[in-house]
Design a protein around this ligand. Structure first.
Ligand code: ADP
Ligand code: ZN
Length: 607
């Protein structure tokens, strides 16, 4: 049973305010370091528990903790969640009225707040900087710190200016936090925010409860529907698509097939966008179909799956997006369907962008790493963590570990493919090359007299999908390049030479038909409920109902009141007094005061 009267002040706050028995991972070290006035750079995966790393030092130190965050739409929920545990918090951003802003400014000046969330562009105004100079500041927390990186996909120019904080408030400790952590971005953050001397806290980036799965795309939408209906009926999830149009179409498709889904993309009206986001946060089983404009900072804990219908541009992006699944630590899925067309499309997008050559080269390298992940013959997680510079052992919880692909000596097949590309003068795309291999008399084949080539029909033994699978591997292995033109012209690289000459053999992965839905074979993973007995389950349902009503009355998302994990513990322990309820993880003093009697009464009424 946790000791909720600890003599360690940080632990005492964790227990009495937040209701958690102990710190996780490096939290304790980070909290103590910042509370003593040290600067910190914190790299922790999504769901790792970054918020407490600045919230608790803000409560321990004199003055208000200033949290810089680009996530304006989420500030209200964050402030509400803090109010629920009795922390005095407010925000300053462009969504509030003048009067509200004045009130918050007054509270900051009078030392009446523990935390204030500020949008970066607001912080940089002379008015705001003067306000802060006239107030007592506990610390600066720079959330989503990777936004300072010009190479990243979340770049925010205002973030660059945040180095001003160090110059104007040299005595105030700063803590920068991010879940994006390739070494390059990390160095850029330290440099641009003048945090070179800050202590770095790098957590393991592993998210063991997330199962990674990448399937070959046949009919993406249909595969997605099978996946959701088979493995996640009634669950909340996010589906990422590349284009706005595809977002709209996919959401419609899911709705038409009985999966409640909402669209989200930057082309929608602001009001509708924020409305859909609010619904996703508040309701329990909605699927959000979105472009990558959606999700940064979404801290909904019970997102059970993240699906990609298009290939992400980089492993950083992919890892950040999939990281939104399973923050509560319960099993979750990261599922992706990918095909050859994705590669062609991404290459074209890189080429058609207005960026300079240097930027394009970086993007190209990132895409190559992503392809490598898709085509790997070994554990996905090992590969992902390796990308972030962390070594690990095969995980047992990814598609490759669970169902190892059969590899075979594909040297001859690869030679056929490479010579077919060579014989059409490296001037055609994948569809045509495969037609030639398979001996298809298409108009184009006849027009170019490619039925006369020695390579015509040498690949009749395999079907179109098999050849596409080999083609993708050829690209991922770097033997073939997709040209930066509108046709996706295929070219051989230097690496193709030794293979063609028979000096190097090639291991290929056997093509498998996309797996059918596992609905009949395996029950939807009922992990969350399975550890409850029937009576406990009934109590859990009652608590959920109570939480829904309460959340509606307070106009906050349900998880702000209690997480599922907390309610499961309550359902198991069936506390009949306030003191018993106090021992449950996730129940702090303020919540005890607000909801304790109601919950104890609810349990007593069932006894
Ligand atoms: P991040 O910002 O790193 O993605 P959060 O700060 O939102 O993660 O924390 C993720 C979840 O873990 C939250 O629901 C939070 O309440 C919970 N959490 C954080 N620290 C602890 C802890 N020490 N014990 C129990 N739960 C924790
Ligand atoms: Zn694995």
């Amino acid at each position: 049973m946790p000791d909720k009267n600890s003599s360690d002040p940080a632990l005492h706050i964790l227990q009495s305010v937040f209701g958690y028995p102990s710190f996780r991972g490096q939290q304790a070290e980070i909290v103590n370091h910042v509370a003593r006035g040290g600067d910190a750079l914190v790299l922790m995966p999504t769901g790792g528990g970054k918020s407490l790393c600045y919230q608790i030092p803000s409560l321990l130190r004199d003055g208000v903790g200033v949290v810089v965050s680009p996530l304006i739409a989420l500030m209200q929920d964050q402030v509400d969640a803090l109010a629920e545990v009795g922390v005095r918090a407010a925000f300053l951003n462009s969504t509030q009225s003048f009067d509200e802003a004045m009130r918050t400014e007054r509270q900051v000046r009078n030392g009446e707040l523990d935390l204030v969330y500020v949008a970066p562009e607001r912080l940089m105004t002379p008015r705001c900087l003067e306000l802060l100079e006239a107030s007592k500041i506990a610390l600066f927390a720079i959330d989503e710190a990777h936004c300072v990186s010009q190479w990243g996909h979340d770049f925010r120019p205002e973030y660059i200016k945040l180095s001003v904080l160090h110059e104007r408030f040299p005595a105030v400790p700063r803590i920068a936090l991010t879940a994006t952590a390739d070494p390059q971005t990390c160095a850029e953050i330290a440099h641009r925010l003048q945090l070179d001397d800050a202590r770095q806290f790098v957590s393991s980036f592993d998210r063991p409860n997330i199962r990674y799965q990448i399937v070959e795309k046949a009919n993406g939408r249909k595969q997605l529907l099978d996946f959701i209906q088979g493995e996640h009926p009634g669950d909340a999830g996010i589906v990422y698509c590349l284009s706005r149009k595809k977002v709209e179409e996919t959401a419609e498709f899911l709705n038409a097939h009985g999966v409640p889904a909402l669209p989200y993309h930057a082309g929608m009206e602001m009001a509708q966008r924020t409305g859909n986001q609010a619904r996703f946060l508040r309701e329990e089983s909605l699927v959000m179909v979105a472009t990558i404009a959606f999700g940064m900072g979404i801290d909904k804990p019970d997102v059970r799956f993240v699906a990609h219908l298009d290939l992400p541009k980089s492993i950083e992006g992919y890892y950040q997006e999939t990281g939104r699944a399973g923050r509560d630590g319960a099993p979750a899925d990261a599922w992706m369907a990918y095909g050859l067309q994705d590669v062609v499309q991404q290459r074209r997008m890189i080429d058609e962008s207005d960026a300079d050559e240097n930027f394009k080269r970086v993007q190209s390298a990132k895409l190559d790493a992503m392809l490598g992940l898709c085509e790997t013959l070994s554990c996905r997680r090992v590969r992902l963590l390796d990308y972030f510079g962390q070594t690990s052992a095969p995980c047992g919880n990814c598609d490759i570990c669970l169902n190892p692909p059969v590899s075979y000596d594909g040297t001859v097949q690869m030679q056929k493919l490479l010579s077919a590309i060579y014989r059409v003068d490296q001037r055609f795309g994948a569809a045509h090359v495969i037609d030639v291999l398979r001996g298809v008399d298409s108009d184009k084949v006849k027009q170019w007299r490619h039925d006369q080539l020695s390579t015509f029909g040498i690949g009749r033994d395999l079907g179109d999908t098999e050849w596409r699978a080999i083609m993708r591997q050829a690209i991922a292995l770097g033997l073939v390049e997709v040209d930066h033109d509108a046709y996706g012209t295929l070219k051989l690289t230097e690496k193709a030479r030794p293979v063609l000459r028979g000096e190097q053999s090639i291991q290929l992965r056997e093509y498998r038909k996309p797996a059918k839905s596992r609905r009949q074979a395996v029950k939807p993973r009922g992990f969350v409920e399975s550890d409850l007995s029937a009576t406990e389950q009934a109590l859990f349902e009652k608590l959920r109902w109570w939480r829904m009503e309460t959340a509606r009355r307070h106009n906050v998302p349900a998880y702000v009141i209690f997480h599922d994990a907390t309610m499961r513990e309550i359902a198991k322990a069936k506390p009949l007094s306030i003191d018993e309820l106090r021992t449950i993880s996730g129940v702090g003093e303020k919540k005890l005061e607000t909801y304790g009697d109601e919950i104890v009464a609810l349990i007593a009424s069932l006894e």
